[in-house]
Design a protein around this ligand. Sequence first.
Ligand code: 5GP
Length: 205
Amino acid sequence: MMNSFEKGKLLVISGPSGAGKSTVIGRLMELRDDVCFSVSVTTRPPRPGEEDGKDYFFVTPQHFQELAEGGYLLEYAEYVGNRYGTPRGYVEQRQLEGKSVILDIEVQGAGQICRNCPDAVSVFILPPSGAELERRLRHRNTDSDEKIRERLLQAKRECAEAGKYGYIVVNDDPDAAAREVNAILTAEKCRAADRLNLVTEVLIS
Ligand code: 5GP
């Protein structure tokens, strides 16, 4: 393999609560060492067990506003009353080091990334069926029936956006889904447009 430098990709992953995004991302990170995960900034309070700097950078609304206004966020959005954003510096630095950066973000933020970075790779993780989605949402918490119906409705609204993504991966089995995302990233890294410099190297040496 030629040693010409390849900048890392932006790998945008979205999907509703219950699609199993985090598990798929975790498995993908076990499959390859040229990827890293972007920890987002949020105004949401930490949930039990969440660690600052690992799950999120937890900030005040005022701090978030300063980051957004200062241009320190690559994208940001509001989701169910809280603000979330991707730190620009970390992502750009890791890409320059040749790492592909995984962003676990919701639909509005994904749209901003795809508009601003046309070579970003976007994948929507879809649950295998409505019934399975409901089963997963019921299983993971002790919410009231009404709350679960609300979450199910929200999840279905999010699934309706899947067609805006470059790829859709159905998460029936997290290992199989991670292998598909892995294949997508590998294929995207082989795009001719990104490798013309390699052709030049062959021609001039
Ligand atoms: P949660 O509060 O459950 O951790 O995340 C809620 C939603 O926010 C999820 O859909 C997650 O993908 C999304 N999210 C997390 N970080 C970011 C971010 O930096 N930007 C955007 N736009 N969405 C994010």
